[in-house]
Design a protein around this ligand. Structure first.
Ligand code: NOJ
Length: 529
């Protein structure tokens, strides 16, 4: 367990919970300087995680259960241990131009991973900017590394590099994958003259990461990124043409929301929508506006996406606790409701493993920290299959990280047998999403203005609908921890409650069927008559 065979073993859980597929973060041979995102061989399995046969078995089992398999493709950088880089730094003519080399530091670009220093006064850490250029003694030149110094950036302007990646994709497509999650794909497009970045006028010193002090418009998200992704989409098309089975890419591009539009390529490539994982004011107005703005920019026929969490961000429950100053218990209620909102919006919702259990960040003892660059270990704690020190994640005495803390919600096994657990709720939500026609691809999105009397979004109550010709659902959520009453544009007195975020009834005013009262953080999805 904790390896590919372990995934295969747990696919019944993935299927029973109601997910349609999964994405596996890098399992390739890697010195593991960045959680496997520093790859030293793109076409093999690291022995720690198994073998190519284990991989094939995982794909076969997943497909037999109707689950799609996506794997991480990391095109912007390899490990400095990759043979390409070893040849490149040795100036081997075939590989010399595989990476981005300059004799002098050409610009002010900064790496994403800052330098951490202990602050003697507070005992905490301070982050200092790290240049994106590292001197390489062997080649006697500077090489670009947008992340850590052990992850040199590949030179995507070199057609040979692009060919290598097309072949890597083919290697895994031949083994049956349904597509790729493409890591920081906006970074493969860089200004050809490597121009300096302008300062960010909105940067507040000490907030965010040091790199946020720059606007970062030349080191990433340059239009050539989209040209190169189109080439990747063409590789998917080759396979789709063979058997008609769709293959897709979900692109990781941390770009301004308006730029998402560039990263939908037909129905083969879609960008992750990260708006809900970024720090933002916790109120209905802000979320409602973002969802509606987002909806308006999705091209016709393209697939919208929603992300609730991932291995890079603090756990959803922790983010809500920080934003609402509430206890884990209350934050977990809000997390359920937010999941209902995202799961009933049009599109695909990505759930980070464990969020379906209401997972919180784990406390990681200093000696167990793996991610020396960004310390993202707390959100990477392992699945708590059952109680015990390793949570049944491994048969070893200790796992690579501790399991997700049990807290009040105990293990998966315990949640499976408790009808009001977070997991039980997720199962109901996913099953509703899969079975109700208004929530299917055919169900159009109906914005707030159809339901709510005010002309601006309500501060605390978010509302939207989905409809086909046959029926209509309305999702409503109270972002406040206090109870709230709202008067809608329509009578909903005789509607059918499909699911409530807190297993509580939706209170409709006895005399005014257009007025609804929601408990603190409550959400509901109803079917109107
Ligand atoms: C995004 C991945 O999600 C993150 O974990 C990684 O550190 C960076 N890309 C660099 O590959």
């Amino acid at each position: 367990m904790g390896d590919l065979a372990g995934i295969t073993e747990k696919l019944d859980y993935v299927q029973e919970t109601g997910f349609n597929g999964f994405w596996v973060t890098p399992f390739y041979p890697s010195p593991w300087k960045d959680g496997g995102y520093d790859i030293s061989n793109y076409t093999d399995v690291d022995p720690r995680f198994g073998t190519l046969q284990d991989f094939d078995e995982m794909v076969k089992t997943a497909h037999s259960r109707n689950l799609k398999v996506f794997i991480d493709l990391v095109p912007n950088h390899s490990s400095d241990q990759h043979p390409w880089f070893q040849q490149s730094r040795a100036s081997d003519p075939q590989y010399a131009d595989y990476y981005v080399w300059r004799d002098e530091i050409p610009n002010n670009w900064q790496a994403h991973f800052p330098i951490w220093e202990r602050d003697e006064a507070t005992g905490g850490f301070i982050h200092k900017p790290r240049s994106a250029w590292t001197f390489d003694h062997q080649r006697n030149a500077y090489r670009l590394n947008s992340f850590s110094p052990e992850q040199p950036d590949l030179n995507w302007e070199n057609p040979q590099v692009r060919k290598e990646f097309a072949d890597i994709m083919r290697f895994w497509l031949e083994r049956g994958v349904d597509g790729f999650r493409v890591d920081v794909v906006d970074h493969i497009g860089k200004h050809p003259d490597l121009l300096d970045e302008d300062p960010n006028p909105h940067y507040v010193s000490g907030q965010g990461w040091p790199r946020d002090a720059l606007l970062n418009r030349n080191s990433c998200n340059y239009p050539s990124a989209v040209t190169y992704i189109k080439e990747m989409a063409d590789v998917l098309a080759e396979y789709e043409a063979r058997d008609g089975r769709p293959r897709t890419i979900v692109a990781e591009a941390h770009v301004p929301m308006e730029d998402y539009a560039n990263y939908w390529i037909g129905n083969r490539v879609m960008p992750f929508n990260f708006q809900s994982v970024y720090e933002r004011p916790w109120n209905a107005r802000s979320y409602q506006k973002t969802y509606e703005d987002y909806h308006n920019l999705v091209p016709l026929g393209a697939m919208p996406t929603h992300v609730l969490g991932n291995h890079d961000e603090p756990r959803l429950v922790d983010r809500i606790m920080a934003a609402t100053h509430t206890s884990p218990r209350e934050a977990r209620r809000a997390a359920r409701s937010l999941a209902m909102v995202q799961m009933t919006l049009p599109g695909i919702t990505y759930t980070y493993m464990g969020d379906e259990l209401g997972a919180q960040n784990a406390e990681i003892p200093e000696h167990k920290i793996n991610d020396s660059y960004l310390r993202r270990d707390p959100q990477r704690a392992t699945m708590p299959w059952r109680t015990g020190p390793t949570g049944g994640f491994t048969t070893a005495k200790e796992g690579w990280l501790p399991p997700i803390p049990f807290g009040s919600y105990t293990s998966i096994r315990a949640q499976q047998s408790n009808k009001s657990s977070h997991l039980a709720y997720y199962r109901k939500l996913l099953s509703l999403r899969a079975s109700h026609s208004a929530l299917s691809r055919a169900g159009v999105f109906i914005p707030m203005t159809a339901y709510y009397r005010g002309d601006r979004p309500h501060k605390d109550i978010l509302v939207f609908g989905r409809a086909t010709c046959q029926n209509e659902t309305v999702t409503i959520m109270n972002f406040s921890k206090e109870d709230r009453e709202v008067r809608l544009e329509r009578n909903i007195g005789d509607s059918l409650l499909l699911l409530s975020g807190l297993d509580q009834k939706l209170e409709i005013h006895p005399k005014r069927p257009d007025t609804v009262r929601l408990k603190g953080f409550q959400s509901a999805i109803i079917q109107t008559k």
